[in-house]
Ligand binder design. Structure first.
Ligand code: ZN
Length: 493
């Protein structure tokens, strides 16, 4: 009986594949034609459905021009030596000596260009300062503007490129870190957690929910979703990922981990916890193992909170060889990471073959950020493990990391992947489907399995059946994935 069912399901799958073949070959021909020229390829990829951007730091996604416009509106000043935005601190709300009103950026193009270069990798030439340092330094320079207020532009850009879902990293918390500083940390995580609760952790978590409310209001009002709820931008689903600042002292990291997990457990808009900041920084390196034990502890309390971790955003020379040996493995085994951000140094890990096999078997997706890895780590082409992950069957998705700082967008990540790694159209489709399948959107998948060959049982008789409609109504992820297939059908016509 089982064998018969297998044969029937194989025949059914074959029928789908054959039915799809004329359209498939047409789009393959179009893609083959487009890839002969990078500009044609760009235009093709810009329109292509891209599913999700799973690795996107909100503050780094905003372009310098948008920060400057916001600085003018909110009457910030420019520190002309540091080329950074600062609050007005002189009496009467005026700019202090050495500073000018941000409005000057609308008349003085030299100042404006200097600031745009300062906020991004535009025109960056490594010299005294490395790409890595310039990149990470940008965040302090535009940090005076609240990035949450500029979320609409990020979502609009995603919609323009035919993306349908974003997981935005945001909400890293100064006040939470402050609470951790007050409370301290001992080896007794339970006792420390109780102290954090007694000192007001819940209140600070509630404040973060209010920050999510505000971002959501800014997103909806900025995109005019009350008037046009069905616009492409309003249909982009947005979820948030709490960022733990890993370069903070351990007691402050612990408080952030507790807050992040508590928030993600309580607020469905916040779907996961991640660790951010330079992985090669002193504390990141020194406390890496300890930080993973904190995640392990939090995972035991809140097992349903999703975890994705920046791990292996490192390269030889940036850190000593022994610093490259265990971060990805520990992020998975101790940090319970369901996804890995970057994973660039995987071949320098202790036992890369076993690790790659583990990632394949446990379906640990790697969020690949090609532009970012090039400009921060100087890793690209054959030095990047992208083809190795693919050969080893580790699921991948392309993402932007910090598109504003990198002056790129998701389309360019696909362009880079196609041109560097000779990808076919079906390779691209797999990357795109992965981005939704491995997203933390709630609910079950539209697909029977991750081969993307057959759909889940309720939709096997067609997407228009009542069983399928009910299934899609109850499963956000499946709905996003079914919508992606519609977008592909539309695009491939
Ligand atoms: Zn990142």
């Amino acid at each position: 009986m089982l064998r018969r069912a297998c044969i029937l399901s194989f025949l059914g799958a074959l029928a789908i594949a054959q039915a799809a073949s004329p359209a498939a070959s047409r789009i393959d021909r179009r893609f083959a034609e487009a890839r002969k020229n990078p500009l044609e390829l760009y235009a093709f990829l810009y329109r292509m459905p891209k599913g999700a951007d799973l690795h996107n730091h909100l503050s780094g996604a905003i372009y310098a021009e948008d920060y400057l416009a916001a600085a003018v509106q909110t009457h910030l000043c420019v520190d002309t030596a540091a080329l950074a935005l600062v609050e007005a601190t002189a009496p009467g709300g005026a700019c202090a000596p050495g500073q000018v009103d941000a409005a000057a950026t609308q008349t003085d193009n030299t100042l404006r260009n200097g600031l745009i270069d300062s906020f991004s990798m535009r025109n960056f030439v490594p010299g005294k300062q490395s790409g890595h340092d310039h990149f990470f330094d940008t965040f302090d320079k535009f940090g005076a503007v609240s990035s949450g207020d500029l979320i609409a532009g990020v979502v609009q850009r995603a919609a323009d490129q035919n993306e349908s879902y974003l997981e935005l990293m945001a909400l890293s918390g100064g006040s939470i870190a402050g609470l951790g500083k007050t409370v301290g940390l001992t080896d007794d995580f339970d006792a420390t957690r109780r102290k954090l609760e007694a000192a007001g952790l819940d209140r600070l978590v509630a404040q973060m929910k209010t920050r999510v409310d505000r971002m959501e209001q800014k997103r909806l009002s900025g995109l005019g979703c009350a008037r046009t709820p069905d616009s492409a931008a309003c249909r982009v689903q947005v979820r948030y990922v709490y960022q733990v600042l890993r370069e903070f002292p351990k007691e402050q990291v612990f408080a952030q981990v507790m807050a992040g997990f508590e928030l993600a457990a309580a607020d469905p808009r916040v779907v996961a916890v991640n660790f951010v900041q330079a992985e090669d920084g002193y504390i990141s390196m020194h406390d890496y193992h300890l930080q993973m034990t904190m995640v392990d502890y939090a995972h035991k309390i809140w097992p349903n909170v999703h975890i994705t971790l920046h791990a292996g955003e490192l390269a030889p020379g940036l850190v000593p060889p022994d610093g490259l040996r265990f971060h990805i493995g520990e992020a998975i085994d101790l940090g319970h990471a369901e996804r890995i951000g970057h994973g660039v140094d995987v071949m320098y890990e202790k036992d890369p073959a076993t690790l790659l096999a583990e990632m394949r078997e446990r379906h640990i997706l790697v969020e690949i950020n090609l532009t970012s890895n090039d400009v921060i780590l100087g890793v690209k082409g054959d030095q990047h493990p992208f083809p190795i992950y693919r050969r080893n069957g580790v699921p991948l998705a392309l993402s932007t990391d910090d598109e504003g700082v990198s002056r790129s967008q998701l389309t360019e990540e696909f362009e880079r992947a196609v041109l560097t790694y000779n990808l076919s159209y079906s390779d691209l489709k797999e990357l795109v489907r992965n981005s939704l399948e491995y997203s933390f959107a709630p609910g079950a998948s539209y697909w029977k399995d991750r081969k993307y060959f057959s759909v889940a049982a309720p939709c096997a008789a067609g997407a228009k059946t009542s069983a399928c409609r009910e299934y899609l109504d109850n499963n956000d992820k499946a709905r996003l994935e079914a919508d992606l297939e519609d977008r592909f059908a539309q695009f491939e016509k």
